[in-house]
Design a protein around this ligand. Structure first.
Ligand code: PLP
Length: 449
């Protein structure tokens, strides 16, 4: 009971000089929590003694943890370029600087500078996208999931959308296409078998309630062997004949020719535009390599209807998104691939990756055992399902640490590697050149030299 009595009073405790420059209300709330914990632990006989200094230190530590940013920079040495858990696509630093001035000032987000009156938020980006893709109009929403939702809610609410059973996918974070479709108010009509869908399956399912034929990119799986699906071209043709809307949720939707023959597994937006579709949608931060957004392109009359849906107010994007997207799309139009980190990483040659690995190996040879490994990686983010691209990794062993321990030590220093065949690997595919010196320093820290 003596211990309980010596617990300081909050009012007195917070007068400690060490709290002078801190936010008082936060100090009070943390102090209350710390003293309450102490009281409970004393009652449970878990505490034999304490000093006021120790309590101050605990409060300061908690204060620090709470006020420092939780979101922080990492080095991605997993090899996966569009890593969903590590922030997907990177924004180029120079691009970000250009945009900084716009978003830290007032701007013409919804102001027409020529007419001197209210303008349209999406107008800034429509010219450049329409020129690049040859579409009639464009709409940007929060992400591609929003695009799917908005499109179905606008055109298929209380009506029917026909989609192949083989394309009803669950993508990361348990986002299920069928569930999103149901929440939009659309009635889903699944056709075909898991492995095969024919054009007549769609045709037979069309009723007077049908308003859309939809295709979904099979983002994270592929069906091998005895399988077939209906191409987008045929689907658009059928939709036109039957006076229905066709819509392709392309998932990643890239705008440049991909290396390693990947184009056959990942639909190109330009190629799909040649079919003269009603609507397409794709993500801003997958293979497009920009910011989180859902990009909807297609016919003016359909986009106009989407713009009238009140839901758009909830799904609309901020100036930061529009400014970054405008910069990135312009870079694609000007063929400046190096300004888009996702594409730059994808196009980096094996020779360059090997050079980087050799450079690092040389710098750490006295403090670690390492080996250059020719490996394979994936683009990630639901693009090019089940297809790999070549990469180069350095397997590293420091002291006698096991691979799990190595993984943890590097992770604690904010380098995320991967374990493969009982080895800890740093894959160079998604490591930035500017990060190599940092990694070398961290290897030194871990080797304790
Ligand atoms: C990734 C993906 C989505 C969701 O896109 P987000 O931009 O993450 O919302 C929807 N459909 C498909 C086919 C996808 O691959």
């Amino acid at each position: 009971m003596f211990l309980l009595k010596s617990i300081p009073k909050v009012d007195k405790f917070i007068e400690n000089d060490k709290f002078n420059d801190l936010a008082l209300s936060l100090v009070v709330s943390i102090t209350q929590e710390v003293l309450q914990d102490l009281r409970e632990n004393i009652l449970k006989n878990k505490v034999e003694s304490f000093t006021e200094d120790e309590l101050v230190q605990t409060v300061l530590q908690k204060y620090d943890e709470l006020t420092k940013p939780s979101l922080q920079k990492l080095i991605n040495a997993t090899g996966v370029i569009v890593h969903t858990n590590l922030g997907r696509s990177l924004i180029d630093a120079k691009t970000f600087d250009k945009v900084k001035e716009i978003v830290t000032s007032y701007n013409n987000l919804e102001y027409d500078l020529v007419k001197g009156k209210r303008g349209e938020r999406y107008s800034h980006i429509s010219d450049v996208i329409c020129r690049l893709l040859g579409c009639e109009d464009v709409l940007i929403v929060n992400n591609n999931a929003s695009a799917v939702f908005l499109i179905l809610n606008t055109f298929v609410k209380k009506k029917e959308v026909i989609v192949s059973r083989g394309e009803l996918v669950e993508i990361g974070g348990s986002f299920r296409i069928p569930d999103v479709m149901k929440h939009s108010g659309a009635k889903l009509v699944e056709v075909g078998a898991t492995n095969k869908t024919h054009l007549y399956d769609y045709e037979d399912a069309i009723t007077e309630n049908t308003s859309m034929l939809m295709k979904v990119h099979k983002s994270n799986y592929s069906i091998e062997g005895f399988s077939s699906e209906v191409g987008f071209k045929e689907l658009v043709k059928l939709a036109k004949e039957k006076n229905l809307i066709d819509y392709y949720d392309m998932g990643s939707g890239h705008l440049v020719d991909l290396p390693y023959g990947l184009d056959q597994y990942e639909p190109s937006v330009l190629k799909c535009m040649q079919e003269n579709p009603s609507l397409l949608s794709f993500s801003g931060d997958k293979l497009l390599g920009s910011v989180q957004a859902g990009i909807i392109v297609g016919k003016k009359e359909h986009i106009a209807k989407l713009k009238k849906n009140q839901l758009l107010r909830m799904l609309r994007v901020d100036k930061l998104t529009l400014a970054l997207l405008e910069e990135n799309i312009t870079s694609v139009l000007l063929n400046k691939i190096d300004d888009i980190p996702t594409l730059k990483m994808l196009f980096t040659s094996i020779e360059e990756l090997r050079e980087n690995a050799l450079y690092m190996q040389e710098k750490i040879k006295d403090i670690s055992e390492s080996e250059i490994i020719e490996t394979k990686t994936v683009i990630g983010g639901g693009t090019t399902p089940n297809r790999t691209i070549p990469s180069i990794a350095l397997s590293i062993k420091i002291k006698n640490y096991k691979q799990n321990k190595m993984e943890k030590l590097f992770r604690e220093k904010k380098i995320i590697g991967r374990i493969q065949d009982d080895k800890f690997l740093l894959d160079f595919r998604a490591i930035q050149k500017s990060e190599i010196a940092q990694i070398i320093n961290i290897v030194k820290e871990i080797a304790d030299v």
